[in-house]
Structures are given as C-alpha cells and as structure tokens.
Design a protein around this ligand. Sequence first.
Ligand SMILES: C[S@@+](CC[C@H](N)C(=O)[O-])C[C@H]1O[C@@H](n2cnc3c(N)ncnc32)[C@H](O)[C@@H]1O
Length: 209
Amino acid sequence: MRARRKKWALPFLLEHPELVKETLPLGSPFYEKGPLYLEIGAGKGDFVVQMAARGGWWLALEREVSVSGILAKKILGAGLGNIVVMAQDFDEVYPSLKKGAFEGIYLNFSDPWPKRKHAKRRLTTTERLVKMAALLTAGGRLYFKTDNDVLYAFTLENARQAGLAILDNEPDYRLDGSEDAESEYERGFRDEGKPIHRAVFARAKAQAK
Ligand SMILES: C[S@@+](CC[C@H](N)C(=O)[O-])C[C@H]1O[C@@H](n2cnc3c(N)ncnc32)[C@H](O)[C@@H]1O
C-alpha cells in the first residue's frame, strides 16, 4: 500500500515509543505476554485493531512509514495497549524476532507483484515462508488471504516447499467474523464482488534459523 507521503508520520511514530519499536529482541517484555500474533503488511490497521480488541498481543509490521503513521494513529485512537508497531520490512526485522513465539501469523492481501520478473518481491517466496514457519509455535497457524489468483497459486506451491502443511484452502472464502476480521483491502475487493481466496497453514517442520 502506498499512501501520499505524510510529513507528520515519522515524528509521530518517534513520539510514541510505547507503541512503536525499532527492535523486539529476545528478552523484550513483549515475549512474556501471550498469546502472540503477527501481521505482516498491516496497512492502515483495520484488521489488527479489530483482532486485538478481542485479545492477545499483536505485532503489526508495516514497512511504509506514512502508512505506519496512519496505523499507529488508529491504534491509539482505539485505546488498545496490546499492539506493537514496527515500521520496517519483514526481512529486516526477522533476525531479531523470537523464533517459535507466535500462535498466528496473518498475511492479508499482500502485494501481489503479478509480473513473473518481480516474483522475488512477493512476501510468500519459499525463503520467506520458511522464516515465517520458524516464528510459529509448534501448534501455530499461518493465515493467508488474497484476491489475486497468481499470488494464491504461488503461495500454495511455495508453502509445500517450505514445509508448511495446508490445513484449509478456500478459493471462495466467506468471512467468518468470529475468528477473522476484514481488512481495508478486503472490504474494497468484496465491494467489487471479487472472490477472496484463503489458505491456512500449519508448521510441519521449521528449517530457518
Ligand atoms: C496491499 S497492502 C494490504 C494492506 C492490508 N493488509 C489490507 O489487507 O488492507 C500490503 C501492505 O503490505 C506492506 N508490505 C509489503 N511488503 C512488506 C514487507 N516485506 N514488510 C512489511 N510490510 C510490507 C505494504 O507496505 C502494504 O502496506
């Protein structure tokens, strides 16, 4: 997601160290809480705010600083104290994150990068899925939703190669509001009548360090 550059965003993020973290190394108080969840590419935060209002402790990763500013404002406006924001790229923060710590990882409408030559930029390359698997607890789940056929097929294929087991796979997913929440992109695609694809994966074996 690109937002028009917001000059206020970086100073705003820096003014809220209780919410926005540069790193979350082992030993951070965050890991003493539970259950822990991670959303990668949280966008403007509709999903994480709805889910965190129900409980758990959430890490929302969003690499665009302007979008992270909007996300952080929304979280503060909702009065939620159980979300941490990192305005960084997954690949950058991955080494410092605690492995085996997250009950759930959510990928909602990740950038599809539909051209084959850009496939390495997709969040669901085999290499990145292996890393995500390593962040999950033994019983943890990776939840993936997209409207994009190419990204859907790519993700299912790579998940197998990454040692993730497919627990559920719905090409035309009806939102289950009791366990899931609608993101801003999802709302837009549903309004356009597009089918939403969803897959749920479990860690079969973790290979990444
Ligand atoms: C298409 S938007 C979807 C936003 C939101 N999840 C939704 O469903 O409405 C994808 C978001 O993921 C972010 N993103 C993409 N790659 C990322 C990465 N490697 N690490 C962190 N955020 C990423 C983008 O900046 C963008 O805001």
